[in-house]
Design a protein around this ligand. Structure first.
Ligand code: AHR
Length: 869
């Protein structure tokens, strides 16, 4: 009850907003104090307090940050230290701050109203020193900003430095300042009993009032976001059931995207190596490196997953004469006594199935001793044998050898043993074992059950190879497609920014082929010439960006990708594709440029170059831009501004939000300007505390998707994220499909995607929903979407009930009633409790002339065939 009263109170604040604005007894102006606290290692951003007398300070939404620093690594950085604010004659508030105690970086952003902040920049103003307590002032005569800051050296000597700038893009040479230590214009104010350092300005009451309103609105939105089903017994205590009347007018419709539901594959949570990529040998190329895991696991090196078996052998990793420079490490096995050899433990063991064939391959070279043979065996933990093969006559130059092993039993954790049958030294590399039965029986293929689970969603497109993996951790880690095609031994493995290793055995060719195999459109994402804004590597200067002098060659790589996908055999890159076994083009239509990047000048310059070049050279390709990591804020605004300016055909939006957010933002796209870029909702998921994937999160997604379908004229595509997660190797929850070596475990959220994927349409039909209870809390928890699929002539009605009570539904069909059978196929996803995780859809048939009961917490799809019988 208290909660409801609070809500009513806050809502009425919102409603009363214009009246408050017009109150006559408020001051024209007041003082504003801007500051950042040191709490949470200075990660709380910019706060404000106001005062009428410069003595008594009133914090504004004390927990609310108006501007947060986006410099550096997640967790460790993103700090705003000693912000300094001025109002310049250009009418803009300029804020500068220091980002850490290490880098000579001056962070800068502007705002016209203190509420909305433009893009941040982090110019380096001093090399090899830090930039602390920066201050700026405007010199009206010189028409430039003067900057001062402290640099504290390792021996604690403090010096003041100065520079000047007109635009915070180029700077006058940095010089030691003549100012004394008391240059500091910061003041101390007591806010909520705590002394804080900051700057004071006199400003209009209107400005302060807007800040107050913004913090109150944010607090109110947080209450809505926090709504979850645990409160439902109280929230809906009086609700006994709801009647719904849904009138569908099939004569009124609008075209919607026929590509709405897709999949987003990223190599996160061991989704590729050890996951979808069917290779069973871990560290097959001996390329694991300590740096893959940022030094957190001393065992993570070239020897990982490998060990010696038997007595009388030693094993080292060498780099002197590799098969290919991109793959420099290989093993040298020195056999003193026959019977000893090498063992690989696979990814948590090797799962094999009785009677099935496994393709073994190896690069080998005798370094001493006579031409030898290798015995290759699948063994159990106690040395039991489950199948073997023989490789004969290994020569003294690198050569690839192949054999097939037939498994004798079903074992979930076998190992692979390689035993040379003569004494001597032998070099080994690219030691590989694949099930013969891969998805669509492809060589170097995909794990059949996992690939099938993705195919079963019936995705119209697949976005790959990431997410953060696509733009990488620092410039050197950007995912480069050319490193991932061609012979496996020539591909360039690299660190995965999620803290493991990418063999890139699952590379661009395999991604394209997978898309083709499942009838999905390929949607590769290429970095916009900048790495992930949360990068750890790359030094000072957020998102340094590929130097402009190297950008032409970077852009050429993207043009080459288009040629690789679509060029004929006579072209350089088309020929490579043909040689890999795909003479026909892959028919690439879309390319994503950028992944939820921080929108900076560095980003804009590079994105613009890439976008304009693709547009000019390949107008047939739809480029998808990027608008930041969430549904609002600076990157969203700035990203949209760039997209609008350049007329980018589509932008990629991302938001991971609570079920409450999804419930309360179903009108998000209803408000979108249809004349601007289309939307690809590339990453979304409902997140609850503890990050489960349960009926509640799944229904929040299903509910929101009814609104996405309704807006299918502006939202062209959508994909849940992330897709795959290997048990015990998960960096991110929730995911859509969990798996281990033998099982695939689709989640409730998976079934929502599948139900949408298998029940898509290309026309949205007008519908009116009338509920017996019209409270907003009730209305927002009943979602309806009606589409028609012209291929099957089916009308598909999606009904989401996120209430704890039944919704008794009467369907009234107008316009197409005469064509219609009354019997329809019904599929329902529901369970006892919203916290249930093991839920699968159940199908039956129903007569739509009768009332349809939507169970509490359920998602129902009714599919009606409208063909004349
Ligand atoms: O989906 C997981 C990650 O979320 C993606 O890599 C990134 O784009 C987003 O931050």
């Amino acid at each position: 009850m208290l909660f409801i009263l609070l809500l009513v109170e806050i809502v009425s604040i919102g409603v009363a907003y214009p009246r408050i604005c017009n109150t006559m007894n408020q001051p024209d102006s007041a003082y504003i104090f801007s500051y950042a606290t040191s709490k949470n290692n200075n990660r709380n951003g910019l706060h404000f307090a106001w005062s009428l007398d410069r003595k008594n300070w009133h914090p504004i939404g004390p927990e609310y940050s108006y501007l947060r620093c986006d410099y550096g690594r997640w967790g460790a950085e993103k700090r705003m230290i000693s912000p300094f604010l001025i109002l310049a004659p250009d009418g803009l508030w300029h804020c500068v701050w220091s980002v850490n105690e290490r880098d000579g970086v001056l962070a800068h952003a502007t705002s016209s109203d203190l509420v909305h902040w433009r893009r941040q920049s982090y110019p380096i103003v001093i090399k090899d020193k830090n930039c602390l307590e920066p201050e700026i002032s405007y010199d009206d005569q010189a028409k430039l900003f003067k900057i001062n800051w402290l640099s504290v050296s390792a021996d604690k000597d403090t010096l003041i430095y100065s520079s000047a700038t007109k635009d915070f893009k180029s700077f006058a040479p940095t010089t030691p300042s003549l100012l004394t230590r008391n240059f500091n214009k910061r003041v101390c104010a007591i806010v909520s009993g705590m002394p804080e350092e900051g700057t004071i300005h006199k400003t209009s009451w209107e400005t302060i009032d807007c800040l107050i309103k913004k913090s109150k609105l944010a607090a109110y939105e947080n209450i809505l976001k926090g709504e979850n089903t645990k409160e439902d017994p109280e929230r809906f205590a009086a609700l006994k059931g709801v009647n719904a009347s849904i009138t569908i007018d099939a004569t009124k419709s609008k075209p919607i995207s026929d590509m709405l539901i897709g999949a987003f594959f990223e190599d996160i949570n061991y989704a590729a190596d050890g996951g979808l990529y069917a290779e069973l040998i871990q560290n097959r190329d001996f390329e694991y490196a300590l740096s893959d895991k940022e030094g957190q696991d001393p065992r993570w090196n070239s020897y990982y997953a490998w060990s010696l078996i038997g007595n009388g052998a030693s094993f080292v990793v060498d780099t002197i004469n590799p098969i290919h420079p991109n793959n420099p490490h290989y093993a040298i096995l020195d056999i003193q006594k026959v019977g000893a050899g090498l063992v690989n433990t696979g990814f948590d063991g090797i799962a094999i199935k009785s009677g099935e064939g496994y393709n073994f391959s190896i690069f080998a070279r005798m370094l001493s001793g006579k031409k030898g043979s290798l015995r290759v065996r699948l063994i159990g933990k106690k040395g039991e044998h489950y199948g073997e093969a023989l490789i004969k006559s290994v020569s003294s130059t690198w050569k690839k050898y192949k054999a097939t092993i037939i498994a004798k039993e079903d074992i979930s954790d076998a190992r692979l043993e390689i035993i040379p049958l003569s004494v001597g030294r032998i070099a080994l590399d690219m030691i590989s074992l694949f099930p013969k039965k891969t998805f669509h029986n492809r060589q170097n293929g995909l794990r059949a059950d996992l690939a099938q689970a993705i195919a079963d969603i019936h995705p119209r497109f697949v976005r790959f190879p990431g997410g953060c993996v696509a733009h990488g951790d620092g410039i050197g880690n950007i995912y480069r497609w050319k490193n991932t095609v061609g012979a496996l031994e020539s591909r360039k493995p690299q660190r995965n920014l999620w803290g493991y290793h990418q063999t890139v055995g699952l590379g661009y060719f395999e991604y394209f082929q997978f898309c083709e195999d499942i009838g999905a459109t390929a949607l590769p994402v290429i970095a916009a010439g900048v790495p992930c804004q949360n990068s750890a590597t790359g030094g000072a200067g957020q998102q340094g960006g590929i130097p402009m002098c190297d950008m032409d060659s970077y852009v050429q790589d993207i043009l080459d990708l288009i040629e690789y996908a679509n060029g004929d055999k006579s072209t350089k890159w088309g020929k490579l594709r043909a040689q890999s076994g795909h003479p026909k083009p892959f028919n690439l239509k879309y390319i994503g440029i950028g992944n939820e990047d921080l929108i900076t000048d560095i980003f804009e310059e590079r994105f613009t170059l890439i976008f304009n070049t693709i547009k000019e050279k390949h107008p047939e390709i739809t480029v998808i831009g990027t608008v930041g990591p969430t549904y609002e804020g600076t990157d969203y605004d700035e990203g949209w501004a760039i997209a609008t300016k350049l007329k980018v055909p589509m932008v990629d939006e991302h938001y991971y939000q609570s079920p409450g957010w999804f419930i309360h933002n179903q009108d998000y796209y209803d408000k979108y300007d249809r004349s601007k870029s289309k939307v690809y909702l590339g990453e979304y998921a409902a997140h609850l505390p503890g990050r489960p994937n349960n009926l509640e999160t799944a229904l929040a997604e299903a509910l929101y998707l009814t609104a996405v379908e309704r807006n299918g004229d502006v939202v062209s595509m959508a994909s849940y994220a992330p897709l795959l997660a290997k048990e015990k190797h998960t960096q991110w929850n929730p995911d859509l499909i969990y798996f281990n070596n033998t099982e695939v475990k689709p989640t409730v959220g998976y079934y929502v995607q599948q139900m949408y994927g298998c029940n898509a349409g290309n026309e949205y039909l007008s519908n009116q929903v009338v509920l017996s209870n019209n409270d907003e809390s009730v209305r927002l928890r009943v979602g309806v979407s009606v589409v028609r699929d012209e291929k099957s002539s089916d009308i598909i009605i999606k009904l989401v009930n996120m209430l704890p009570v039944k919704v008794s539904t009467q369907l009234n069909l107008e316009g197409s009633a005469s064509l219609m059978q009354s019997m329809a196929k019904r599929t329902v996803l529901t369970a006892e409790s919203p916290s249930d995780k093991l839920v699968t859809p159940v199908s039956d048939s129903c007569d739509i002339n009768n009332k349809i009961q939507l169970s509490p917490y359920s998602f129902t799809i009714i599919r009606l065939n409208t063909k004349k019988q």
